[in-house]
Structures are given as C-alpha cells and as structure tokens.
Design a protein around this ligand. Structure first.
Ligand SMILES: Cc1cc2nc3c(=O)[nH]c(=O)nc-3n(C[C@H](O)[C@H](O)[C@H](O)COP(=O)(O)OP(=O)(O)OC[C@H]3O[C@@H](n4cnc5c(N)ncnc54)[C@H](O)[C@@H]3O)c2cc1C
Length: 595
C-alpha cells in the first residue's frame, strides 16, 4: 500500500522563503495570519491528511454504493467519519469570510491544505472541493438572502455543493445544453433536465446538497449567451432559511470508472426542482466561470498532490530495492546488489518527478497569492494586475500540474518495475486516479485554448507581459550574482523567446483562426516549463539566502541544475510545435484519416 507524509519542510520553504507569504499576508491586512497561526494550520493539516485521510485511500478504491430504490449513495467505509472530523476541525471554512462562519485566513492557506488532502485521498477530497467553488460563486454573484441562507451551512460543512454543467450531449460546449428553468409565481424557478458526471451529486456526508445548475430560461437566446445559473438544493430551502422537504431532483445512478472510485460521479435528474436564479439571467456562464476558476486551480493541486505521494513511495522503494550493480562498480559490495537509486535511469525518473513537484508547488502557491492580492491589496492597480496575471496562470497551472500528475505517477510506478502494476503497492491506483484530472474542469485541450485565446490573443498578451516583467525584475535583481548566473542567463533567453513566439503566433492567427488552436497545446506546455524555470531559479536564490543547512541548499541547487539541463529543453520541442503552424494539422481530409 502507498503511504503519505505531508512534505511540510518544502511547503514552508515555498511559502515563507520563496514567496515571503507571511509578510505579504501582513501587508494585505490579514492580522490573524501570523507565522505561529500559519505553522499550526500546516501541522494540523499534515496530521489530519496523513493519519486520517491517507489510510482511507485504498479502501476508497472499492467505490461508492448506489441504492436504486432510495436513490441514495453510500460513500466508502470511514469517509463519513473523516468528513465529520474535517468539519469539526473547521477545515471547510479555513479561508472563508468570518461573517459566514469562516476563519478568514488567506486564500493561499487553502493551497497547502488542498495539496495534502489530495495527496492523502483524492476521491475524498472531491467532496469538500466543490463546496468551496459553490461558496465563491454565491459570494460573488448571489443575492444577499442567498448568501445568508446558503453560504453559512456550506462554510460550516453542514451542507456540500456541486457544479451541474455537463449533459449527455454537451460537456465542453455548454451552449448546447437543454436543461430548462421555468419561472414560478413566487420568484423561484422550476428546473428540469438531466445532468451527468456530477461529482458529489448524491452522498451520505452532509445534511443537504446545494446544486449550482446551469439551465436556460424560456426567453434564452441560443448558445452560451442564453445560460443562467440556479441554486437548487436537495432539500428545499426558503428565503428565510427554513429547510423543507425533498426537492424534485434525484440521483439516477453513479458511474463505474477508471479511478477516484470513492468520489460519487452521479447522473442527476431535475424534474421541476425549485431553484433560485443566481446573478443575472443569461449571465450564468460568467458566474460559473467564478466556480470553474477556483475549481481549476483546485484540480491542478490534485495533480500536484498525487505526484508528491507517488514520489515519496518511489523514492523509498528505489532506496530499498536491490537490483544489479552500479555501472562504474558495486556501491554496496556487502549487499547482494545495489539499490536501484544508483542507476542513472532510475535517477532520471525520480529527479523528473522531484523537479516537477517542487517547481509546480510554487506555481500553485504563487497563483493563490495573486488571488489574495486581487481581493485585498489597497492599491486598485495592484489588484487589477494580480487579477490579470492569475487569469493567465490558471490554465497553465491546471493543464500542466494535471498532465505532470499523469507523467509523475507513471514514472513513480515505473520505478517499482512490475510490482508497480500490482494493486497491493497502491501505485497503480495513483496512476488511475491521476487520469481524470486532465479531463474534468475543462480538458487539457480546453485549458490550452483558453490560455492562447482568451488569456493571450484577446487581451494582447496582457498576462504574459506582466509575468515576463516579473521574470525580468528577478533576473535584473540578480545580475552579477555568480551563484545564480547558470540559471539567470537561460531563464532570460527563454523569456525573450516566449515573447517572440507569442508575437509570431498571434500574427499568423490574424490570417488564419486555426493557428491559435494548432499552437495551443505546445503553447501551454512551453509556458509551464518556462514558468517552472523561473520558480527553480527563485528557489535556488531563496535557498542560498536562507539559514537552511547545506544539505537542503545543495538539494535545491542540484535539482534546479537537473531541471535546466533535462526538463527545460522540452521547450525546444514545444517551440517547434508552435512555429510549425496549422497547415500540417489541417491538410489531411477527415475522410482520409482511415477507414
Ligand atoms: C469523473 C468525472 C467527474 C466529473 N465531474 C463533473 C461535475 O462535477 N460537474 C460537471 O458539470 N461535469 C463534470 N464532469 C464532466 C467533465 O467536466 C467533462 O467530461 C469535460 O468537461 C469534457 O466534456 P465531454 O466529456 O463532454 O467531452 P467533449 O466536450 O465531447 O470533448 C471531447 C474531446 O474533444 C475536445 N474538444 C471539444 N471541444 C473542443 C474545442 N473547441 N477545441 C479543441 N478541442 C475540443 C476535448 O478536449 C476532448 O478531448 C466530470 C467528468 C468525469 C469523468
């Protein structure tokens, strides 16, 4: 079975040494977020995830049970008790506003919590994840009474939330959806339709389930502009907060799937269920984007968490497993063979995972600090810049952290040889669980399009310019620093190349719209690898400036060297893909792809 210990040391390094998050929180007015409080939160989150959630991961793989007669879903053994403890510990409201029962800590502090929860038990982590997104959507778009009535129970964990977008014939293209909402006489709406793949649509963890449902009003214009958002609870809720009987909605079945089996993936039928409009009519997609952006960063952390867990187990195994001798000669002549960590190819796999995990931990935390700045900075210009930059980085984080999650769990399993394929070690579960993260909350292809289209072309590269300026500021600040020179010079070259590639693809796109789609996949990964080069250079700078021991500093420097030598060159391939243009993708007639 795979095990998990929260990597507190590296999380603290990323938060305090690299990002100086404690100083940032103080500047943003989070007076309660002192170092003592933050450390206590990290330690307790580590204890809970490692000792309560991690042991339930393998049990969760047995899956949820659906009872057709009662349309109920029973979560795997231990899930409910763990959820109750999570609620009692106040974790559901860690970063929510105190006026709704939350603890008011910075949004950034939700990131290490989510990483740990996802690493410990991804399927379980999906239940609280979507509540968080529902809270955000209601906070930003709901009416006062909706915030009053729905947010407190969600924040307190008595209720949980869902996102109901997908229908059998539409996932990516929500403009096609058929679910309808007819106005009732009392200002509420009757919501009717079928949603599929709804995470946590039905379960036994909370007293009520708050579904945020996309549907069309009778006068809706066609396409995505005609979509509205409705809050539609499992048990009816009045405007005064009084909870009534069952609403006209039910779970029709749950999916049998490749991974995250402990997470209930439900078909949901709405048969005139009473719901309330959230935000303006026909503007539901905008409100839903609020949920999706939070959830996309959250799903990125799922990839990160799984990669960390996979790494810990592969590392331990590679130190213990004895096979063959090191190529230059025996390292441990007293043993029958050397541990496999002596072999260059095993080290390649381990270092690939280590460098992607530690680098992308910073990518996720940085995005979260931008959310805190965007909501709490005094200066309007600073808030605006942070908002633009986090919008730009969100598809990069979601696409890269999840695809790296698939890659990292693959390498970690490979370190086990054939034993990785055997269920008992738990490595194959990590690989299976990782696969969904590249699909839900928008596939990797859709993140890539979002980055190059909405977040770059449509804004004349505003987000990229901000990020390049940040990289340039860092490089200039360390000009002449002999220790960092080996990182600064290639980083600067990549930043220049990134700007040029972007300019050329946008120019080509002016003449052929397919150019954006054709470059999108390579563009999002190119962006991710350069972003991580920046975070690795900053990590070395922060480690050198810290009072951490030589072993820690050395490990950061050597891992950064590996990253620059062996991972960053992937950008060469992606740059070639971006420059190749659309012609070779679009020339072959669809009929000629094969029989
Ligand atoms: C386990 C699980 C849990 C889920 N949880 C939820 C949930 O809680 N709520 C919810 O609403 N949904 C949920 N989903 C649905 C999920 O978000 C969708 O499956 C996903 O968005 C993709 O939609 P689709 O499956 O219809 O694929 P499609 O949209 O049919 O896409 C098929 C392929 O075409 C590509 N594609 C589509 N359009 C374009 C385009 N314009 N350009 C380039 N490529 C394109 C896609 O990238 C993909 O590779 C869940 C799904 C699963 C499997």
């Amino acid at each position: 079975m795979s095990t998990y210990t929260a990597p507190l040391d590296d999380i603290r390094f990323a938060l305090y040494d690299v990002l100086a998050a404690d100083a940032l929180f103080a500047r943003l007015g989070y007076t309660d977020a002192t170092r003592d409080v933050l450390d206590a939160v990290l330690e307790e989150a580590a204890r809970f995830s490692s000792s309560v959630l991690a042991p339930l991961n393998a049990i969760g793989d047995q899956g949820c049970v659906f009872d057709k007669a009662s349309a109920s879903v029973t979560t795997p053994p231990g899930f409910k008790q763990a959820f109750d403890q999570f609620v009692e510990g106040g974790w559901t409201g860690l970063t929510a506003a105190p006026e709704f029962g939350g603890q008011g800590l910075p949004h950034t502090m939700g990131v290490p919590l989510n990483e740990m929860v996802n690493a410990a038990n991804l399927a379980w982590g999906n239940f609280p994840l979507l509540s968080h997104s529902a809270i955000d959507a209601l906070r930003q778009h709901g009416e006062d009474w909706q915030r009053e009535v729905f947010m407190r129970p969600l924040v307190e964990g008595r209720w949980t939330g869902t996102m109901c977008l997908t229908e059998p014939h539409c996932g990516t293209d929500l403009g096609l959806l058929r679910t309808r909402a007819e106005p009732n006489d009392d200002g509420s709406f009757a919501v009717s339709g079928t949603k599929i793949f709804i995470t946590a649509g039905e379960h036994d963890l909370s007293d009520n389930i708050v579904h945020l449902v996309l549907a069309k009003l009778p006068d809706a214009p066609p396409g995505p502009k005609g979509i509205s958002l409705f809050v539609t609870p499992k048990f009816r809720v009045g405007r005064d907060g009084a909870v009534g009987g069952r609403n006209a909605l039910r779970c029709g079945s749950i999916e049998h799937k490749m991974g995250i089996k402990g997470s209930a993936t439900c078909v949901m039928h709405f048969d005139g269920a009473r719901g309330y409009l959230v935000g303006q009519s026909h503007k539901g997609l905008q409100a839903m984007f609020t949920m999706m952006n939070t959830a996309r960063l959250g799903v990125g952390l799922q990839g990160l968490g799984l990669s960390e867990r996979a790494y810990q187990n592969a590392l331990r195994y590679s130190r213990e497993r004895l096979q063959s001798r090191a190529l230059p000669g025996a390292r441990f002549p007293d043993k029958p063979a050397d541990p496999i960590i002596v072999h260059p190819d095993v080290r390649r796999m381990l270092l690939t995972v280590k460098s992607l995990v530690e680098g992308s931990r910073l990518l996720g935390l940085h995005a979260a600090t931008l959310i805190d700045i965007a909501s709490h900075a005094d200066d309007a210009g600073e808030r605006e810049r942070a908002d633009v930059l986090v919008s730009f980085l969100t598809p990069v984080a979601k696409a890269c952290q999840t695809e790296w999650g698939v890659e990292c769990t693959y390498h970690a399993l490979q370190c086990y040889g054939g034993h990785g394929y055997i269920a008992e070690h738990g490595m194959e579960q990590l690989s299976r669980d990782a696969r969904i993260t590249t699909l839900y909350e928008g596939t990797t292809g859709i993140q890539a399009l979002d980055l190059i289209g909405r977040k770059t072309a449509a804004s004349q590269g505003a987000g990229l310019k901000l990020f390049l300026a940040e990289i340039d500021g860092f490089c200039s600040a360390h000009d002449g620093n002999a220790t960092l020179a080996e990182f600064i010079s290639p980083l600067r070259a990549k930043a220049t190349e990134w700007a040029g590639l972007t300019q050329r693809v946008l120019q080509r796109a002016a003449g052929d719209a397919d150019e954006l789609g054709a470059a999108s996949h390579d563009y999002v990964f190119y962006s991710g690898y350069v972003a991580l080069a920046y975070w690795w250079a900053r990590s070395v700078a922060a480690a050198e400036a810290s009072s951490r021991g030589e072993a820690f500093i050395d490990a950061k420097r050597e891992t950064a060297r590996f990253y620059f030598a062996r991972i960053l060159p992937r950008t060469l391939m992606h740059a070639a893909g971006i420059e190749a243009g659309a012609a070779s993708l679009m020339a072959l007639d669809a009929e000629r792809f094969g029989a």
